[in-house]
Design a protein around this ligand. Structure first.
Ligand code: RIB
Ligand code: CA
Length: 308
């Protein structure tokens, strides 16, 4: 599977990147970075560092450093000031490519028709690419989006999940673009999908560099999750979406196609993913909305990535 990953690399993105970079059946042809969890400089550094940990020389391209219209609202409160739990990781030995992430997305999608595009952050890069090159929508084989919350509670406002909230105008463009979207909402990534204390201890006991990295760089996120929603589980949204991208047949246990539209103007519901679950609008479905996953299979994939 040829894959292109767009990411605002912070702690959960890093685990998702490693799942793809370390998977024997996945060829990651490019990583593009975007501002979101933290600044573009930090997300780009974090992507380069993660690729280095995986022994990968995949090209990394820095894209948009801010949303299309709204002010940037970083999530360093959740992921740590550097995005990776403030562990003091060393500076990566290589830099990002010269080419901008948006033009790199266009070039790599055109060069790899039928590839899987996985988006792990705000959709600014993807939207800007689509505005420049609308034909991309029919060149992408699958577009797996970690984003939204299908008619349920958000994690950054009561109505919205972070990736769509951060750049709601970009999200509107992407969901209206005709891309073959598979939406993995935040609701799929919570509860049983989170790693409980026993599962974290089992991962730690693998005693590999990546097992320690996965847990250490997510240490701030775990604390923030406890404060935000009282859970003692390590919820990993981007790895959840990556598991769907890599092994959909075994991971996804329920999904359905619906019309989805993102609110961009209302201060109260900015970024809300409105899913027409009962198809009352009569609008054609524009996304496959994941409804349930096999959490055991998902967690097994994290463990497999940590062993490599
Ligand atoms: O809401 C969760 C999403 O927002 C994840 O992609 C996380 O990394 C942040 O980008
Ligand atoms: Ca992310």
């Amino acid at each position: 599977m040829r894959m292109i990953i767009d990411t605002d690399t912070a702690s959960d993105d890093a685990v998702a990147l490693a799942m793809a970079l370390n998977h024997p059946e996945v060829d990651v042809v490019a990583i593009t970075t975007v501002a979101g969890n933290c600044s573009l400089e930090d997300t780009t550094r974090n992507a380069l560092y993660t690729a280095e940990l995986c022994g990968s020389g995949v090209p990394v391209y820095a894209g948009a450093d801010r949303p299309m219209l709204v002010e940037a609202g970083f999530a360093t409160w959740f992921h740590g000031m550097d995005g990776l739990g403030d562990q003091g990781y060393p500076t990566p030995s290589r830099s990002a490519e010269e080419e901008n992430g948006v033009s790199a997305l266009i070039a790599h999608i055109r060069a790899n028709p039928g590839s899987t595009l996985v988006t792990l952050g705000p959709l600014t890069n993807v939207a800007l690419a689509l505005v420049q090159a609308p034909d991309l929508a029919r060149l992408v084989g699958r577009c797996v989006i970690m984003g939204g919350a299908a008619n349920t509670v958000g994690n950054v406002t009561p109505a919205a999940e972070f990736n769509l909230w951060f750049d709601p105008h970009a999200a509107r463009i992407v969901f209206a673009s005709g891309l073959p979207i598979e939406m993995v909402g935040w609701e799929i990534c919570r509860g049983e999908a989170g790693l409980d204390a026993t599962e974290r201890a089992t991962l730690r006991a693998l005693d590999t560099p990546l097992a320690h990295f996965f847990l250490d760089c997510n240490s701030t996120a775990l604390k923030a999750s406890r404060q935000q929603s009282g859970t003692n589980r390590l919820e990993l949204p981007d790895p959840t979406a990556m598991a769907v991208a890599i092994d959909k047949d075994r991971v996804v246990t329920a999904s359905s196609r619906h019309y989805v539209e993102v609110e961009a103007e209302s201060p109260l519901t900015r970024g809300m993913s409105v899913v027409d679950s009962l198809d009352v609008t009569g609008n054609p479905a524009n996304a496959e909305v994941v409804q349930a996953i096999d959490t055991d299979r998902f967690k097994q994939m994290i463990s497999e990535a940590a062993r490599r």
